[in-house]
Design a protein around this ligand. Structure first.
Ligand SMILES: Nc1ncnc2c1ncn2[C@@H]1O[C@H](COP(=O)(O)OP(=O)(O)OP(=O)(O)O)[C@@H](O)[C@H]1O
Length: 265
């Protein structure tokens, strides 16, 4: 099993319980979408799977290793095999796109090579190829602050493609893109995962995209798994239960309706 979370719970430092006794098992090469309302715990779950956060209780196994039973150095090596795409990539605004993409390999390079790369990009062709897959080949030497939100998200994806991890975790990776570009970009991620037997797990707010692009869907609500099933078994009822939110129902109009007087000619 590539990812196995057993009875995983996560309590954030402020006391908020983001995940409560969750069991998740994901095999090598699987493609899974996590959907659910805001605050359901999707990012928290992805951060647990990425070993960026430690579960408050329960156990997590990644690529056959019990992540939190490893030494810090071994866990660092394990993390180099995991790619995490952030909704807002944590890239310094003045950094050049090429440096941001090449940073994908920092976990695999020696300190000396990484420092040298900061002074002089070591693999221009590799960065250009990764960007070209996302139609951003012409932005190689642009500064990240010159890019739109959607372009920056694609730079984050190019970085993870360049990293070539065994597990690819993506937290709302296309949220800043228009629907056509979002679908196109997700299909690039999905094709990459299929061709390289990469395990892909992505959180998405666009339910239609999740159902169209992913064969397995996990529905998360209030830190718990409401359903975990093939996408063709995600029914209207399941989605209604997942997104039910009485607070968002339209309130009854508080004022009398406006009556418009149309003058007769
Ligand atoms: N760093 C943090 N410190 C404290 N509480 C946090 C932190 N991150 C998330 N939370 C809380 O944990 C819960 C789950 O948040 P999380 O970001 O995992 O949800 P989400 O499903 O990804 O939400 P969204 O779709 O809005 O991004 C929320 O109640 C949130 O307020």
């Amino acid at each position: 099993m590539t990812l196995r979370l057993t009875q995983g719970s996560l309590r954030h430092a402020n006391g908020v319980d983001a995940l409560c006794n969750i069991d998740v098992q994901i095999s090598a090469g699987e493609q899974v979408a996590i959907i659910g309302p805001s605050g359901a715990g999707k990012s928290s779950l992805l951060n647990l799977l990425a070993t960026a956060l430690k579960p408050s209780s329960g156990d997590i196994e990644v690529l056959g290793e019990r992540a939190w039973h490893l030494s810090a150095r071994q866990r660092q090596r394990l993390r180099a095999r995991i790619g995490l795409v952030h909704q807002a990539p944590p890239i310094p605004p003045r950094q050049r796109v090429i440096t941001a993409v090449l940073a994908g390999k920092l976990g695999q390079w020696s300190l000396g090579k990484s420092l040298l790369n900061l002074l002089h990009p070591l693999d221009v062709a590799g960065a250009r190829a990764a960007l070209a897959r996302l139609d951003l080949g012409d932005k190689l030497f642009a500064h990240c602050q010159q890019l739109s939100g959607g372009q920056l998200q694609r730079v984050g994806i190019a970085r993870v493609l360049y990293q070539a991890p065994e597990i690819l975790l993506a937290d709302e990776p296309v949220s800043a893109m228009d629907p056509v570009l979002a679908g196109h970009t997700l299909s690039i991620l999905s094709r990459h995962a299929r061709e390289h037997n990469v395990t892909l797990v992505a959180s998405l707010h666009a339910v239609d995209l999740a159902l169209a692009q992913f064969p397995r869907i996990i529905g998360l609500r209030d830190g718990q798994i409401l359903f975990d099933c093939p996408s063709d078994q995600v029914s209207r009822d399941k989605l209604d239960a997942l997104y039910a939110n009485e607070q968002l129902q339209s309130p009854a109009p508080a004022v009398a309706p406006l009556i418009v007087q149309i003058p007769r000619c």
